[in-house]
Design a binder for this molecule. Structure first.
Ligand code: ADP
Length: 547
């Protein structure tokens, strides 16, 4: 028997029309570097999204599911694109502005983007690429930046504000199939070519609801979220769509992502929530230690994208800022877990839960696979590769027109996503990741967790950052190499650091090889880039001391 319920498609259009009316007074505030930030209400954003859609259709000829790319910082115009493009039936393709030029060109060509909306300040990156982007017919430029490089280029050039001016602030939004593509995002391609994940209207809608649930980020129209995580990094963790759904005010840093302006933004605009990778929180901590600011409005911070060292959490606890650890991937929209402890526990009892990656929401099913593909128990000790499935988890990659890709190393035969992350799950469903499969250190048949060693090292008062990688070893196969970034005025030597580590990890896991480095190399989204360290070691570029 079928249900008697209405079957209303779950679409971004519904998020847009709901947010611009019911939450019309909520605001998107964009940092400008001027004395006053720029403010725009959700009602205005909704009207401008309609103007943008009218312009894209009538002036630029965007039709059907054509791809419209954005090369933008986090700002109000980028939110307009987030809402307008999917709602008109086209596909939003956010471009990662930190990718190497060739990779960026590869991605635009693979997605067959027709239009690119770019911030003026990013034209020096875009203009040299344009001759290699044959599918791009239009470039739309918004915000400050030198336009001179655009004269004489092949695609037509438009000014964002001129394009919108005078157009209707309403649009006859089409009724879309909820399974249709709404947006796409490429993984950063640490191994092989980048892979395109294509989100549906339905997956975005359901993911947005989950983001807002109390057991996740728990955001309402009484909140302001400081969205540091870039809109090109897994849709800013789903926040723009989620925020429009419940009227969460958005504070957008635009290109002012350095610790000092971020601290100023927090002190002045008093956001209640923020989202960013650990690297940002390390930088901000150093900034406010040197030049104190009041960060205490941040009642609730989502930190993820890479493991959050417990020492960082403790440091922010002391500032009255509570970090909540989350795990996810481009393929998981990204919300996969969040570390809100179970109810009824004291602060002390909550701690062991807070330092895990968190527990799975109802929309994410999880299992652990052993090396022979067998399924392991949730007992807090059996370690295996995490596999997930659910309505906002990718089931394939974009393979170009007419096909998709399901590489064997990424999807199981029965349709689960193989995450490449290794960890354990406790009986009450909390995930603790010990490593990425490719970063695990296999020493004499035993696994050493690089993350455990890093977390322990970063708890030392002299250590700013630490990255541990596997290096070849004649006797053991692999052994850990510890690379550390020391704080200014640090006095600890390698022997002292090793002794410090011995307090929290087994002696056989202690690294023999040590190197002080000026900074940990980072990926385009600010995560530790361990393959660079492994290459530097192999090429003899590191000054390594053996204890
Ligand atoms: P990339 O694979 O290029 O880094 P993603 O942003 O999709 O792109 O990264 C997803 C990966 O980031 C996960 O598979 C996991 O290894 C890592 N990750 C994300 N969140 C966490 C976390 N809280 N703790 C540890 N690792 C994390």
């Amino acid at each position: 028997m079928l249900s008697t319920m209405q079957d209303v498609p779950l679409t971004v259009t519904r998020i847009l029309t709901h947010g611009m009316t019911i939450h019309g007074r909520s605001q998107v505030t964009t940092w400008t570097g001027e004395p006053e930030p720029h403010r725009r209400s959700f009602a205005e954003i909704g009207g401008r999204a309609a103007q943008l859609a009218n312009a894209l259709r009538d002036e630029l000829g965007v039709d059907g599911d054509q791809r419209v790319a954005t090369l933008c910082w986090n700002n109000a115009e980028h939110v307009e694109a987030y809402l307008a493009i999917p709602s008109m039936g086209a596909v939003l393709h956010t471009l990662n502005l930190r990718l190497p030029a060739e990779q960026l060109a590869w991605i635009v060509n693979h997605a067959d983007d027709k239009v690119v909306i770019a911030n003026g300040s990013l034209l020096p990156l875009l203009v040299p690429l344009l001759p290699h982007l044959p599918s791009i017919e239009h470039v739309v430029v918004s915000g400050p930046g030198d336009r001179s490089g655009l004269s004489g280029i092949a695609p037509r050039v438009h000014e964002y504000e001129e394009l919108l001016a005078g157009r209707p602030t309403t649009y006859d939004w089409p009724e879309l199939d909820e399974r249709q593509a709404a947006a796409m995002c490429y993984t950063s391609g640490t191994t092989g070519d980048p892979k395109g994940v294509v989100y549906s209207h339905r997956s975005i809608y359901l993911h947005s609801m989950q983001v807002n649930m109390t057991e996740s980020m728990g955001l309402t129209d009484r909140d302001t979220t400081l969205m540091v995580v870039p809109q090109f990094h897994v849709n800013a963790w789903g926040l723009p769509h989620a925020a429009f759904m419940t009227g969460v005010n958005m504070l957008m840093p635009d290109r002012f992502l350095q610790p000092a302006p971020l601290a100023d933004m927090i002190e002045r605009e008093k956001p209640t929530h923020a989202a960013a990778v650990p690297t940002i929180w390390h930088g901000l901590l150093a900034e406010v230690t040197a030049n104190p600011r009041d960060l205490s409005s941040l009642a609730n911070v989502t930190i993820g994208g890479a493991a959050c060292p417990p020492s960082l959490m403790e440091a922010y606890d002391k500032l009255g800022v509570r970090l909540c650890h989350a795990w996810g991937m481009t393929e998981t929209s990204p919300l996969g877990t969040m570390a809100n402890p179970p109810a009824g526990l004291s602060e002390e009892e909550q701690w062991p839960y807070r330092i895990t990656q968190g527990r799975f929401p109802a929309g994410v099913e999880a299992r652990l696979a052993g090396t022979a593909g067998e399924h392991l128990p949730w007992d807090g000790t059996s370690a295996g590769e995490l596999e997930v499935r659910g309505p906002w988890i990718a089931g394939a990659y974009y393979g170009g027109p007419g096909g998709d890709l399901r590489p064997e190393d990424k999807f199981t035969e029965d349709g689960w996503l193989k995450t490449g992350d290794v960890g354990v799950i406790s009986a009450d469903g909390f995930l603790t990741l010990t490593d990425r499969a490719k970063d695990v250190i296999k020493s004499g048949g035993e696994w050493i967790s690089s993350v455990d060693l890093e977390n322990a090292l970063m708890a030392h008062p002299d250590v700013a950052e630490a990255a541990v990688v596997a290096v070849p070893d004649e006797k053991w196969g692999e052994r850990p190499l510890a690379t550390v970034v020391l704080k200014e005025g640090a006095t600890a030597d390698y022997a002292a650091l090793r002794e410090f580590l011995a307090q929290s990890v087994a002696r056989w896991q202690l690294p023999e090889r040590w190197s002080v480095i000026p900074a940990v190399p980072k990926t385009s989204v600010g995560k530790f880039d361990k393959k660079v360290i492994r290459r530097q070691y192999a090429d003899g570029e590191l000054d390594v001391t053996q204890l």
